[in-house]
Design a protein around this ligand. Structure first.
Ligand code: URA
Length: 204
């Protein structure tokens, strides 16, 4: 095992893990970005959202989903009765911004996968929402497109996974909003079933 992986495995908790991940240089994305975007939210949350990778705003601020897509995501979460720092933890498949916001390459995703695995290890989510095809294909280990995957539950290793469209896709294709809303309603129902039966869904 290389030195980085040894330090990763040696992290005692999510905070310690963040320190290790911030030193990651396992692929060339790190040299082209400003900072590592580890993720944020409530470390005790059992609902985890996974995107693709930081964009320009996230790279600048060191926080996930803070640009235009992030604002839309916050709106969707709010409509479901979820607040970013209370009910969820938000992270990405790759922690460093790909140049020009291109999709991360398979070797970049592979290099970053131990980081994601360790985040999941400490967070112990009961539900993970996979935002877009990169997150869905990476986490579910499939080549199937997001159109086929979305709206269906997948269960693996004690976690329930719900793939849906990436919020950024809704800017070009607003007709997908209905599907995303349906998918998040599924998530709310599962959240009440598995995490908090008293969760208030403002749109029930
Ligand atoms: N898109 C993503 O996939 N992740 C972010 O953090 C921001 C935009």
């Amino acid at each position: 095992m290389d030195d980085y992986l040894q330090r990763l495995k040696g992290a005692a908790d999510l905070k310690g893990l963040a320190e290790v991940v911030k030193s990651c240089q396992r692929c060339s994305l790190r040299s082209g970005c400003t900072q590592v975007v580890f993720g944020e939210g409530n470390p005790e949350a059992r609902l985890v959202l996974c995107g693709e990778g930081p964009g320009a705003d996230e790279d600048r601020l060191g926080r996930p989903f803070v640009g235009r897509a992030g604002q839309l995501l916050d709106q969707i979460l709010g409509a479901c009765g979820f607040q970013r720092f209370e009910h969820v933890f938000i992270l990405n498949v790759v922690k460093c911004r790909p140049p020009g916001n291109r999709t991360p390459k398979p070797e970049e995703i592979a290099a970053c996968l131990p980081n994601l695995r360790m985040q999941v290890h400490f967070l112990q989510p009961k539900i993970m929402v996979l935002l877009g095809s990169c997150a869905a294909q990476t986490v579910l280990q499939t080549d199937e497109g997001i159109t086929k995957l979305r709206g269906r539950w997948f269960q693996k290793g004690g976690i329930w996974f719900m793939p849906t469209y990436h919020p950024a896709a809704l800017f070009h294709r607003p007709q997908l909003k209905k599907d995303v809303w349906e998918d998040f309603q599924e998530v709310v129902a599962k959240y009440r079933e598995l995490i908090d039966p008293a969760h208030v869904f403002p749109h029930a």
